[in-house]
Design a protein around this ligand. Structure first.
Ligand SMILES: [Zn+2]
Length: 438
């Protein structure tokens, strides 16, 4: 059963994976009064506790996705806060940060409060609003950072579009410094990417499609790293897709610039070959790149240059994908495939440890956004995800909770997914009906 707050839940015989304390041990976890009450071997909960034998399934801190598009307000035919957060819970997420490019954009307290109210009402997943950097995301006047932070915004970004002028980005970083606020950069130089619809290279030439060169991303990442160095403010680079961007961020970090970065599962899973046959389901911005870029992204995740995995969940109704490639909308849904892809590529193909995956999908996003989470320590709010790393399943339309199903992974078989999601002690997803009354 889902949606019910249980006073006590005792997860027995799990593999407890807590990146905040570097723990990966067999044991139990007790949740009481919405908090983690105890952790360790051979726990005995109170008599009324709901007991689940996990048989060595992973127990990790609730996953956190720092980059989603929930489409509400304004585009409820693509997704709503209710459906998007249900998809999040099904993907194992207990917190998601939503980008401001709604209609109207989240550039004022009213919209920020509206998002938070809707999310609370839905109760599936905590939503952390990212407010716009500039009014109307037009790249001119800055929004009221102070008011937006008070209303509950966790960061600022014009994501969907880049902050076009370097002077405006500089001002935003200087303004953010007053509040130690985070600026998230959608790093794209529109003079180079204009009208492009896929990666620029041999494949785009063969398909006869206008390309977007890696340089469109690299130039923008470099600009924003320079501005972060100049101002001393905290910068986060969204959806890193190129080898060059990884190298620039690595160098900036070595110099002590306060920069962090995320990539999306599709950039470590797919290459531009996915758009052969003009498959609009693999069209996104930044575009899928080459195998060389994919390798660099994986190495960036391995050495800590890239701090986080974020989905860039971008739901679209079918019509906006069922059209000519160049005209199709950008983006894919990601909340329900992020963890399965991380298990497939990072865990099984690349040898990442479960702890590393928990760090990339929970601990690091929490610390970048400065929110509670990413930890299973005693006393913390009980945001907990149980993962069956071996459970086979096929991704089909009917099984998706998202309102849209624009995914290039439809019909594919996976091994491993979230089976139980608990947000602040409340069961928000229970695939196998592990928790029953009585
Ligand atoms: Zn973006």
């Amino acid at each position: 059963m889902t949606g019910t707050v249980m006073e006590a839940i005792l997860l027995k015989n799990g593999r407890i994976i807590d990146p905040s304390s570097d723990i990966d041990l067999a044991g139990d976890l007790l949740i009481e009064d919405r908090r983690i009450a105890d952790i360790g071997p051979g726990l005995k909960g109170p008599e009324h506790a709901q007991l689940v034998d996990l048989n060595n399934k992973w127990v990790v801190p609730g996953l956190i996705d720092m980059h989603v598009h929930l489409r509400e307000p304004g585009q409820e035919y693509k997704e709503t806060i209710e459906t998007g957060t249900r998809a999040a819970a099904a993907g194992g997420f207990t917190k998601v940060a939503c980008m401001p490019n709604t209609s109207p954009p989240n550039d004022n307290e009213g919209i920020t409060r509206f998002i938070l109210d809707k999310a609370r009402e839905a109760g599936n997943c905590q939503v952390l609003p990212v407010a716009a950097v500039s009014t109307g995301q037009k790249g001119r006047g800055l929004t009221e950072f102070f008011d937006l932070l008070n209303a509950g915004a966790v960061a600022f970004s014009d994501d969907g579009v880049p902050v076009r002028k370097a002077s405006v980005m500089r001002l935003a970083l200087e303004y953010a410094l007053n509040f130690d606020a985070l600026i998230i950069s959608h790093a794209e130089e529109p003079d180079l990417s204009a009208q492009g619809c896929m990666n620029e290279g041999i494949t785009s030439t063969r398909l006869g499609l206008r390309g977007i060169p890696n340089a469109a991303e690299d130039v923008a990442v470099f600009r924003d790293c320079c501005l972060a160095e100049l101002t001393g403010a905290r910068l986060h680079i969204a959806h890193v897709s190129t080898k060059g961007a990884v190298e620039i961020i690595r160098r900036a970090k070595e110099k002590g610039v306060k920069v962090t970065a995320e990539t999306a599962p599709h950039y470590f899973s797919l290459t531009e070959e996915a758009v052969e046959d003009y498959n609009t389901l693999a069209k996104m911005n930044p575009p899928l790149r080459t195998e060389e870029d994919r390798r660099a992204i994986i190495e960036g995740l391995r050495d800590g240059t890239i701090d986080a995995i974020a989905t860039d969940h971008a739901p679209h109704e079918s019509l906006s994908k069922e059209c000519e490639f160049a005209l199709a909308a950008n983006g894919i849904i990601g909340l329900e495939t992020a963890l399965p892809l991380a298990l497939k590529v990072l865990l099984r193909e690349e040898g990442f440890s479960p702890l590393e995956i928990a760090r990339l999908m929970s601990q690091n996003p929490a610390s970048i956004l400065k929110v509670e989470g990413g930890s299973l320590e005693k006393g913390k709010r009980a945001d907990v995800t149980v993962i069956d790393s071996e459970l086979p399943f096929t991704l089909d339309r009917d099984s998706l909770f998202s309102k849209s199903f624009n995914s290039p992974f439809l019909g594919q078989s996976f091994r491993g997914r979230a089976i139980l999601t608990i947000m602040e002690g409340k069961v928000t997803f229970d695939l196998l009906g592990l928790l029953r009354e009585g």
